[in-house]
Write a protein that binds this ligand. Structure first.
Ligand code: SF4
Length: 194
């Protein structure tokens, strides 16, 4: 399986670079199967950082990318867009979270660097098996079934119905209201709970 993978190790300013030896991680990545370029860069999500990746994709003919940086929750979409704008399938990218999962939770620089290498190694292996994916839209039935007509179920049903969707609210007891209906008054307003 011949791959042409690019690896980008982010400093995130001092967020990562103060705890992890990013140069060492990039050097380690250069020795991994399928990796044709590995760089460290101050802020990979910045415009120049993304340009670096795009240029490499074109000039080095990369077919996959690994970004060792922050949580995918933060920048997975950003980097998928970077991939797409360079003409690659956006799903041929993997992130190694060396910020939240290493730098922010580890004080020992040597151990942190070791763990960062392990995460990068795993991400490179993983991405090499990825297949291009296509997004597609499928119709869904927006009707909603709410099970349980206690106070939460009733409120959820009202919210959904008010947004213009059909709701089926079911309750196993003969009456609705759940525990709330068994109370007389509610604190602190002393409203009648029924
Ligand atoms: S990609 Fe993530 S880790 Fe890197 S600079 Fe941006 S926010 Fe920080």
């Amino acid at each position: 399986m011949e791959r042409r993978i690019g690896v980008y190790v982010c400093h995130c300013g001092a967020n990562i670079a103060a705890t992890i030896d990013v140069e060492q991680v990039a050097e380690f990545a250069r020795g991994l199967d399928g990796v044709v370029v590995a760089r460290e860069y101050k802020f990979v999500c910045s415009d120049p950082g993304q340009e670096l990746i795009k240029n490499d994709i074109k000039e080095q003919n990369l077919d996959r990318v690994v970004i060792a940086s922050c949580s995918p929750r933060l920048h997975e979409l950003t980097f998928r867009r970077t991939m797409a704008s360079a003409g690659l399938n956006p799903y041929l990218m993997e992130m190694a979270n060396i910020r939240e999962q290493v730098a922010w939770v580890t004080e020992d620089r040597e151990l942190a660097t070791l763990k960062a290498k392990a995460l990068v190694n795993a991400a490179v292996k993983k991405v090499s098996y990825y297949q291009p994916l296509e997004t597609k839209e499928v119709p869904v039935n927006p009707n909603t079934l709410v099970v349980g007509a206690g106070i939460a179920g009733i409120q959820a049903a009202i919210e959904i119905a008010n947004s213009g969707n059909l709701v089926y609210l079911v309750e196993r007891e003969p009456s609705i209201g759940g525990h709330m209906a068994q109370l007389d008054k509610t604190f602190p307003t002393l409203d009648c709970s029924a």
